[in-house]
Structures are given as structure tokens and as C-alpha cells.
Design a protein around this ligand. Structure first.
Ligand SMILES: NC(=O)c1ccc[n+]([C@@H]2O[C@H](COP(=O)([O-])OP(=O)(O)OC[C@H]3O[C@@H](n4cnc5c(N)ncnc54)[C@H](O)[C@@H]3O)[C@@H](O)[C@H]2O)c1
Ligand SMILES: O=C(O)C(=O)CC1(C(=O)O)C=CC(O)C=C1
Length: 365
């Protein structure tokens, strides 16, 4: 039997979900978006089967509705859906990064045809819109579900079954617990990344050469400051109290760090950095929201074909690369490639084969 799935908001997240679901024979994917170019692109690229600019038309034909717009829009779409006349039961879910406000709204729903299950796939990017959508975005990612309104186990299983092609790992979380944890490991880091960028920008006023010194470290830690500002303002707004709490904690942490620096306490600073490293290294190998990844650093010369040669050696050995980054290549001088693979054995094989081919390899930059 065909499942009619409406995706409202065909951006990075909605587009990625559509791409993963559209190839399932039994799915019929429809799309709704405020941006008609997005809808046309999605149809032309076979990311959806059909679109309409009339939300009600699409919604009342759907078996499953996925709300993948910014949070404030998702809230207003949810309120609209409550007033529609559905001739059959419908499962509604969302992908919003904050769950409390969504679940509070879902609890106010009165339409008996609706079952609502909150959702949040814990993967994404700093990129915006359907052009950045990727079929494999949610593979191995944690996908949080928070059942709220009219949702029994059979309905939850139906949704999970429909989302199986995403290859995510589902977990059930209460909204408050979800918002507390995502505030720590997702939302608050965005605030800090933006603050670091502001700090660099203001120092540039007196040190014009500063951007040229911003190498791998600054780029790594501030990548997420390039995310969609409107989307993140909306996330901060809807998780405001937890963000404020974390910022207070952070200020205390910075005061502690300030005291370590002022006292110039080498041992205490070493212990602080060591503890952070141990915890961070542990996160890399856990199976969770953070994918497992193993890095190796390859020294290369700045000359045409140098990167391709390294990739070819690994490809010939059947080693697939999950990420590659060029670090601090300066004109005519040796630089480094950071290559990321997903298993320890692939890392060991890559090191061995590249060393045999005369490359210098290290495990840290
Ligand atoms: N970006 C991430 O890394 C990430 C990860 C997980 C979850 N999320 C959540 O996913 C949701 C969407 O984020 P995104 O990154 O895909 O954003 P995006 O900007 O890439 O996509 C949002 C889409 O919603 C559409 N839209 C905006 N207003 C609309 C309206 N009134 N009606 C219909 N469509 C409308 C936009 O045109 C766009 O296509 C957000 O709720 C966000 O919290 C984001
Ligand atoms: O990779 C990124 O750029 C992201 O910000 C993805 C990220 C995160 O990890 O914080 C952002 C928002 C989410 O709701 C889930 C995932």
C-alpha cells in the first residue's frame, strides 16, 4: 500500500529526508515550501513526486506529515493542521532542534485524526537549503523521538518503519531532557562559535594581518558560526532559559580559567587540558550522535596532483574516506592533509599503505 508522505519545508533537513525516502517504491512524496524555486528544483531533481502551494490540499491527502521548516513556522503549521478536516488518520512529526515548545503545542491539539510524535535527527550542517540536502545525512545518526499526542506504540513503530531508509538510530527522550542535552552539545556551542568570531573581528581592527593567521584551529572551532543566522536565532529563542543557564555556567568556567592564567599555574592548566582531551577523545569512538572517526595526517608538497595521488593510493586499496581537509598549505611549502576514515582498521591500513609509498604520516596535526 502506498504511503503518502508530505514534507513541509524542503531545505537542508526536509530535502535530505525526501532524498532518502523517495526511492522507496511504496512512498509517494509530496512537498510544500514557501519558496517556489525550491519546490520546482525538488520536483525536477526527483526529490519529490509532486508539490503544491496549497498546504491544506497536500496535508489532507497525506498519511504522514513531516514538518521540517524553522521552529516558529513549524508551530504555526501545526496549529493550522489542527483545524483541517482529515478523512483518514494522519501521523504528524517534526524535525525541530528544540522539543519543549513543540510538544507543549502538540499537547493542545484537539483534532482526533492526528497522532503527533516529535522528532529530531541529530545531524545537519552549517549549510542552508535544498541544494545542500544529502540522502545519507542521517545515516548512523541519533534520531530522537518524543511521543506526545494520540501516539501509541503501533503508531510510533509505523513512523520508525517509514523512516528506516534514513538508517538512523532512534531513541525516545522526554522534551525537557532533550532540550537540556542539545543545549549543551549543540545550541550553546553555536553561541560560543559566534562569540569567537566576534572577538577575532574586533581584534582585526588593530591587527589587519590577523585573518591570514586564522588556520585550522580557528576554522574548526568556528565552522558552525557560518550557519543560518535566522534558524539559529529561532533555536536560541525557543531554548532560551536553558541557554541562559548554560551561559551563566560558562561565565563561571571562564572566571576559573582566568584565575589559572593569572596565577600562571602550569600544573592546574595541564590537568584542565588533559581532562578535556580525554573526554573529547572518548566522544570520537562512541557510537552516538558523534560519528566514529579516525584521522591521519599526511604531509604533502604544494604541487599539482599531490592530493589526488594520496586519494588514489587509498582508493586502490579499497579504503573509503569520510572526510578530507587541507591544512595550512602555503605556496610551495609542505602542508598536511587531514584524512578521516570511520574504522580503526581502515586507519591502520591507510597509514601502512601510505608509508610504503613514502609519505610521512602522523596521528596529530
Ligand atoms: N540545520 C541543521 O543542522 C539541523 C539539524 C537538525 C534539525 N534541524 C531543524 O530542521 C528544521 C529546518 O532546518 P534546515 O536546516 O533544514 O533549514 P533550511 O533553511 O535549510 O530549510 C528550511 C526550509 O523551510 C522553508 N520555509 C521557510 N518558511 C516556510 C513557510 N512559512 N512555509 C513552508 N516552508 C517554509 C524554507 O524555504 C526552506 O526550504 C529546523 O526546525 C531546525 O531546527 C536543523
Ligand atoms: O553539523 C552541524 O553544522 C550542526 O550544527 C548540526 C547540528 C549540531 O550538531 O549541532 C545542528 C542542529 C541540530 O539540531 C542537529 C545537529
Amino acid at each position: 500500500m502506498t504511503t503518502n508522505i508530505l514534507i513541509a519545508g524542503l531545505g537542508l533537513i526536509g530535502g535530505s529526508i525526501a532524498k532518502a525516502l523517495v526511492h522507496q517504491q511504496d512512498n509517494y512524496i509530496t512537498g510544500f515550501d514557501i519558496d517556489e524555486r525550491t519546490l520546482r528544483f525538488a520536483k525536477e531533481q526527483h526529490i519529490i513526486h509532486e508539490y503544491d502551494t496549497d498546504f491544506e490540499q497536500l496535508a489532507t491527502k497525506a498519511d504522514i506529515i513531516m514538518l521540517a521548516a524553522p521552529i516558529s513556522i513549524t508551530l504555526s503549521l501545526l496549529n493550522k493542521l489542527d483545524h483541517y478536516h482529515f478523512e483518514k488518520d494522519v501521523i504528524i512529526t517534526d524535525v525541530s532542534s528544540v522539543k519543549g515548545v513543540i510538544m507543549d503545542t502538540a499537547k493542545q491539539l484537539t483534532n482526533k485524526r492526528i497522532a503527533f510524535i516529535g522528532g529530531h535527527p541529530m545531524a545537519g550542517s552549517h549549510k542552508i537549503g535544498i541544494h545542500a540536502a544529502k540522502e545519507h545525512l542521517f545515516e548512523n545518526a541519533i534520531y530522537v523521538l518524543s511521543p506526545a499526542y494520540n501516539a501509541n506504540d503501533a503508531i510510533i513503530n509505523r513512523l520508525k518503519q517509514t523512516l528506516l531508509p534514513l538508517k538512523s538510530n532512534f531513541i525516545i527522550l522526554q522534551p525537557d531532557e532533550h532540550d537540556e542535552m542539545t543545549a549543551v552539545v549543540s545550541h550553546f556551542p553555536h553561541l560560543i562559535a559566534s562569540a569567537l568570531v566576534h572577538q577575532a573581528r574586533s581584534w582585526e581592527e588593530t591587527h589587519s594581518y590577523l585573518p591570514k593567521l586564522a588556520a585550522g584551529g580557528f576554522r574548526d572551532i568556528t565552522r558552525i558560526a557560518s550557519s543560518n543566522p535566522a534558524l539559529w536565532q529561532d533555536i536560541f529563542h525557543h531554548n532560551q532559559s536553558k541557554m541562559a543557564h548554560l551561559l551563566k555556567d560558562w561565565i563561571k568556567e571562564m572566571e576559573y580559567l582566568y584565575s589559572l592564567l593569572i596565577e600562571n599555574d602550569k600544573n592546574a592548566m595541564l590537568a584542565y587540558l588533559q581532562q578535556a582531551k580525554i573526554y573529547r577523545d572518548g566522544l570520537q569512538v562512541q557510537h552516538g550522535a558523534l560519528p566514529s572517526f579516525y584521522d591521519l595526517f599526511v604531509d604533502i608538497r604544494d604541487q599539482p596532483g599531490a592530493i589526488a595521488a594520496v586519494i588514489q593510493i587509498l582508493a586502490d586499496d579499497g579504503i573509503s574516506i569520510s572526510n578530507i581537509q587541507i591544512l595550512e598549505i602555503r605556496e610551495g611549502i609542505t602542508g598536511a592533509l587531514r584524512i578521516t576514515v570511520t574504522t580503526e582498521s581502515a586507519q591502520q591500513r591507510a597509514i601502512s599503505i601510505l608509508r610504503k609509498n613514502g609519505y610521512e604520516i602522523s596521528l596529530a596535526a
